[in-house]
Ligand binder design. Structure first.
Ligand code: NDP
Ligand code: PYC
Length: 344
């Protein structure tokens, strides 16, 4: 019997890497997966933490991800850096392209990282944080699979299509937001289902297009976009820029390709990077100093910045580790011992 337990980030990371390696992932894929999953637990983002491990393993067992993919980097004389993920997870592809993206952003003032043929399940904030750590402002976005009805519609068509933004703040954590363009991430609906809890009103409709608070009915029906027509339009923009424009699958195409929402979807991702000083050139102004005036005015009103909760959780986790429930510990132990046979 496993009791609740606090585990250090180092030990959790080693255990997660071990699970992925035993399942057949290469060190490159296993390490990049473990990095974002452990970061999710560390920052209190349960919808993209260790709960995702089984989904990654199910995707492998179904033959829908290449566990030993070596992402292929293509850099030319333009501001577009391309990484073909070769059917592996997006995380290793992002790591592969980051340095070239930084170089092209320094050269042109703005540059894009286009990731294609990746399997994708993760939060996007680790990526915009990585850009901010290198002095770049960044926007990351990707489609998902069709699980969200467009505003005014009744059938799942759009993905939960996350969009993340990061802005470097010298000497402190960057300004970062990262959210699904649905009312909540689908992972949150799954977590409600697992916990046997009803959904808040306004998250979803059932397969007949009627409002529902049942997670099961929501998973069989459609989630709603955040902010009505506004979220619906932003989500559509993500489909256009990070799928149609980069020549990869839209959310309905990704669902058709996969045939299920129980596995991680295959599609692409778009990351845009900006060099703030280059944009401000000739304006006798420091974009970072001006940003601070704005950000401090926000917190000065008592409002909190996005990611503030995450950074606070991170500070605690770095000092004391993360506390996992008995069920979570048991799941990790099972997967560590049994590999793909341990999938529940
Ligand atoms: P949340 O609604 O939990 O959070 C969205 C953002 O808003 C966060 O940056 C959060 O900061 C911030 N925030 C929350 N409350 C406040 C507040 N009161 N004041 C200011 N800021 C606030 O996110 P979602 O459930 O929409 O998405 C969760 C994750 O799921 C994201 O990381 C996203 O990338 C991921 N996702 C991935 C998908 C994929 O296909 N790969 C698909 C959909 C989602 P804080 O964290 O500090 O609370
Ligand atoms: O939580 O909406 C979600 C999600 C979909 C794919 C990966 N995460």
């Amino acid at each position: 019997m496993h009791a609740n337990e606090t585990i250090s980030l180092k030990d959790l990371s080693a255990q997660v890497i071990g699970i992925f390696t035993k399942a057949g992932f290469s060190p490159l894929q296993a390490q990049s997966l473990a990095r974002v999953i452990v970061a999710g637990e560390r920052d209190g983002c349960k919808s993209h933490g260790i709960y995702r491990i089984e989904g990654c393993l199910r995707t492998l067992r179904a033959g829908k991800v290449n566990p030993v993919a070596v992402p292929a980097l293509h850099v030319d004389d333009s501001a577009i850096v391309r990484v073909d993920a070769q059917g592996g997870f997006a995380n290793a592809a992002f790591d592969t392209g980051l340095e070239a993206l930084e170089a092209q952003t320094a050269r042109f003032g703005l540059a894009a990282l286009v990731i294609t043929d990746c399997t994708h399940f993760s939060a996007l904030w680790p990526e915009v944080e990585a850009l901010a750590a290198r002095g770049m402002a960044g926007l990351a976005m990707c489609p998902s699979y069709a699980t969200v009805a467009p505003y005014g519609g009744t059938q799942a068509l759009l993905g939960t299509n996350p969009i993340a933004f990061g802005w470097p703040r010298p000497g402190q954590h960057p300004y970062v937001f990262d959210f699904a363009t649905s009312v909540a991430a689908r992972g949150e609906v799954e977590l409600h289902r697992i916990a046997g809890k009803p959904l808040p009103d306004g998250w979803a409709m059932d397969a007949q297009g009627q409002p529902t608070t049942s997670p099961e009915a929501a998973l069989a029906g459609a989630m709603l976009p955040f902010g009505g027509h506004k979220g619906s339009a932003i989500s559509t923009m993500v489909e256009l820029l990070a799928a149609a424009m980069i020549g990869d699958l839209t959310s309905p195409e990704a669902l058709e390709f996969l045939g299920t929402t129980t596995l991680a979807p295959r599609h692409g991702e778009l990351i845009l990077a900006f060099n703030p000083q280059r944009f401000a050139a000739g304006r006798q102004t420091d974009p970072f100093a001006r940003a601070e005036i704005l950000l401090q005015a926000i917190t000065g009103q008592g409002a909190r910045l996005p990611s503030q909760r995450r950074y606070a959780a991170r500070d605690i986790a770095i000092k004391t580790g993360v506390t996992l429930s008995a069920d979570e510990r048991a799941q990790l132990a099972r997967l560590e011992a049994q590999g793909l046979d341990g999938i529940s």
